[in-house]
Design a protein around this ligand. Sequence first.
Ligand code: ATP
Ligand code: MG
Length: 390
Amino acid sequence: MTAPLLPGEASLGVMGGGQLGRMFVHAAQSLGFRTVVLDPDADSPAGLIAHQHIRADYLDAVALGELARQCQAITTEFENVPAQALQQLAQTRVVAPAAAAVAICQDRAAEKAHFAASAVACAPYAVIASEADLLAVSDDLLPGILKTATMGYDGKGQVRVRSRSELVDAWAQLKQVRCVLEQMLPLALEISVISARNAQGEIVQFPVQQNLHIDGVLAVTQVPAPGVSAELQAQALAAAARIAESMQYVGVLCVEFFVLQDGRLIVNEMAPRPHNSGHYTMNACDLSQFDLQVRAMAGLPLTQPRLHSPTVMLNLLGDLWFSPTATDVERTPAWDQVLALPGTHLHLYGKASARPGRKMGHLNITAATSEQAESSARQAAALLGLASDW
Ligand code: ATP
Ligand code: MG
């Protein structure tokens, strides 16, 4: 067991310079760590604020060598970072999460096999890698959702299919890459759990969060989860812990679940990093998911985070920067009015330009009670023109 990396002494690196990398850098810097970001984009949100930005491709061996020379531990902010890059870094440095864990999360088929090995139920599914697999699909899986095995996010790389002929068309549409077909389940609601585990095997978890997706993208997170019983919450926390333990995971792990209309808990997928649904922790808990990411990779103690305020998180997509009537004119949302509401915490990611669908920031609304948080959140949503039918 290596000694913990101490604040004020060590340097921490992150592969990827998007908003998750940026919030990681903020948390690491507040503890006094030096930070280095590797990202090809000159304007990356994390690269702009890190002590150093190595601007290079993720597979650039020289750049990876430089990252390893400068940092004692390295993490990643997105699951599609090439496994090869993490393996090179791991030859000389702590890499958390490890390449093997990231590889499981990169591939829906491997992920589902891991859920089964952790005794957590997922949707009935089949892997489709050939015409023969396509023909062999059981009728039980229809209607279903065809998802590319790798590289999907925010509902991209997914097609809903009702019949065999639609399935054939959908697989052609997805360029006949390896896919999984999942049975379409009758969802009551969606939740997720964020866990952090360090190399010493300590594990801590945030309370269950309830998530609303609109058009395949997370729109609203509520904590405490209003629609989930204490028993089901305990079940979700235990399942997420098993999933982390059974791959000896080190870092922050988000596990997404469905709650079905009959009350059953089904695991959907996982992300080997902090997650959009955990952004509420920045203002509602005494430690955020990014604080725990820093502690976990540095081998520092993990203490149980405490939710001190009921909260609602609203995702802020680039659409807000355009008027619904004049979609070609960019404008700044009325932040002054939003910030006049009690308990509002605005987080903007410093992206140079807005585009519809682009994640630009999020708004955490905290209050003494869930009712108050919800009421302020609905007012904020109305001011911003966001959906408030949750
Ligand atoms: P993200 O990366 O944003 O979490 P993703 O592109 O990886 O999303 P999934 O989480 O697999 O996609 O699916 C997106 C959404 O589609 C889910 O949150 C859920 O609302 C719906 N969905 C996915 N699979 C099923 C299923 N088997 N039955 C019913 N609904 C589903
Ligand atoms: Mg998802």
